[in-house]
Design a protein around this ligand. Structure first.
Ligand SMILES: [Zn+2]
Length: 485
């Protein structure tokens, strides 16, 4: 009886096939049939990597490798798993030993929650019933994080998992309770299906990191030399997958390492295999599909080159803008009468640089003294004698400060005179200020005056002490100071 294996359908899971087989085997109960088929010592029947391949292949005369490749979830791990590890797990599944498969595929280590339910699409079920006479479980609907049907874009219906119970989806002609799935749920289902069907050979860890980093730089989440802005990228990922964040598998990924580990771990030099779901969350937000991502990995260097060139162009643009700004400032300062030396000091750079800017800007910068008319020179002299600043004079005459300074150099007695004039001028200001302050106070003490006109007080103390002490009220004897306050 058991030898009459039912046909296994495309995309059907081993659990689904086993269930149909046991139900139709003509045994007293499906439980007895189950024992005959796979014995008592099986592990989770609904698991993504079930341990029942060997007996089922034996009874059905189907190649065990075909059952693993087309009816278990193992191929989902192929692209993002080290080839040696993958091949050894595949070999063990063929021989019925899946004890360590989970830990070797890093499912335990990366703590991605496996679904606690088994799922079906109501529309797939109705269509299967119509086409094959039975509604069955599809492997692609059982993958972590998949809650939508990639074909029909509706939400899958969940049934709680049980260790060894044999159940099929409801056998209904017409789909009931359909609800449209969010777009990202459909995308994740499609990405997961792509992995399941993929025949690409795995990419090395370094290649993956490089491809992700280049794409992130292209999208503005990393610098041109590929430093990823982790905070911004994490927020972007959360926003992107927002409708699915409460799904346990996705939640387990986003919660890793106190919510700090993912996605930073995807671009760091860790050689560990990451769970495919973590890759799909990256790939889905960065690319249209897994195949789109695979095409990108082939041209990642060229894309990186473009990113670097774009960055260099931006720097050049910034440099040029800065240069134009400096030129404009230089010209306007020179036109306002500032000397080349002063402009060079303010804006930073050599005098000859600014001279070139001036020449390009059509400004005549070195007016010789000889070119000043006699009348102008007299005006300059008169202003120098009364202590006006060289800048003010240059602006007044409309010549360069250099020309005024040269004129000043012609009279050896002038600098001394000018500094005396400036001294008297300053002294006058400070004396007036102190007197005004003193007059504004009712019963001024030395201390009050000093506080109210500190700058003048200090200047006078330094340069005009005799006058200051004559002007100030009598000092309060030291012993009385505290009381008088
Ligand atoms: Zn469907």
């Amino acid at each position: 009886m058991l030898a009459f294996a039912p046909e296994i359908f495309e995309g059907e899971s081993l659990y689904s096939w086993l269930t149909r087989w046991a139900m139709r085997a003509g045994m007293p109960s499906s439980r007895v049939a189950l024992e005959h088929l796979v014995g008592r010592n099986h592990r989770q029947l609904m698991s993504l990597l079930p341990s029942v391949v060997e007996p089922l292949a034996r009874f059905s005369h189907l190649p065990a490798l075909d059952l693993v490749e087309h009816h278990s979830a193992l191929p989902y791990w192929r692209l993002f798993t080290n080839e040696t590890v993958f091949n050894s797990v595949q070999k063990d599944m063929v021989s019925g030993d899946t004890q360590s498969a989970y830990s070797r595929l890093s499912i335990v280590a990366s703590r991605v929650t496996e679904p606690s339910v088994i799922r079906y699409c109501p529309r797939c079920a109705a269509s299967d019933l119509h086409q094959y006479g039975v509604a069955f479980w599809h492997t692609e609907h059982q993958l972590p994080g998949v809650i939508a049907c990639a074909t029909h874009r509706v939400m899958l219906v969940s049934v709680p998992r049980s260790r060894s119970r044999l159940v099929l989806p409801p056998q209904l002609e017409r789909a009931v309770q359909l609800s449209l799935a969010p777009m990202v749920a459909v995308q994740l289902a499609q990405l997961s299906r792509e992995l399941l069907d993929a025949s690409w050979s795995p990419l090395g860890n370094e290649r993956l990191i490089y491809a992700y980093s280049v794409r992130l730089a292209e999208m503005g989440f990393a610098s041109a030399n590929l430093n990823v802005r982790q905070q911004a990228w994490r927020s972007e990922l959360e926003a992107y997958w927002n409708p699915l964040l409460s799904e346990p598998s996705l939640d387990s990924v986003f919660s890793l390492g106190k919510r700090q580990q993912f996605p930073a771990c995807m671009v760091r030099g860790v050689a560990a295999n990451h769970h495919p779901l973590k890759h799909l969350l990256m790939v889905g937000a960065l690319f249209e599909s897994v195949s789109d991502f695979m095409r990108f990995t082939e041209t990642a260097e060229a894309t990186h080159q473009k990113v670097l060139e774009r960055h260099a162009r931006r720097i050049d643009r910034d440099k040029l803008r800065r240069k134009l700004e400096v030129e404009q400032q230089t010209l306007s300062k020179l036109k306002a009468g500032q000397s080349l030396r002063r402009v060079a000091k303010t804006l930073g750079g050599s005098v000859s640089t600014f001279k070139r800017i001036a020449l390009r800007g059509g400004i005549e910068i070195k007016r010789r003294t000889q070119k000043l008319f006699e009348e102008e020179r007299r005006v300059i002299w008169r202003k120098l004698v009364i202590g006006k600043s060289t800048q003010d004079i240059a602006a007044h005459i409309g010549c360069s400060v250099g020309a005024v300074e040269q004129e000043l150099g012609r009279y050896s007695e002038l600098p001394e005179l000018r500094s005396r004039i400036r001294f008297y001028h300053k002294r006058g200001e400070h004396r007036a200020n102190l007197v005004a302050t003193q007059n504004s106070l009712k019963t001024p003490s030395r201390k009050q005056i000093q506080d109210a006109a500190r700058a003048s007080y200090t200047w006078l103390f330094k340069h005009d002490k005799d006058w200051l002490y004559k002007q100030l009220p009598e000092a309060i004897p030291r012993a009385d100071r505290r009381r008088s306050k």
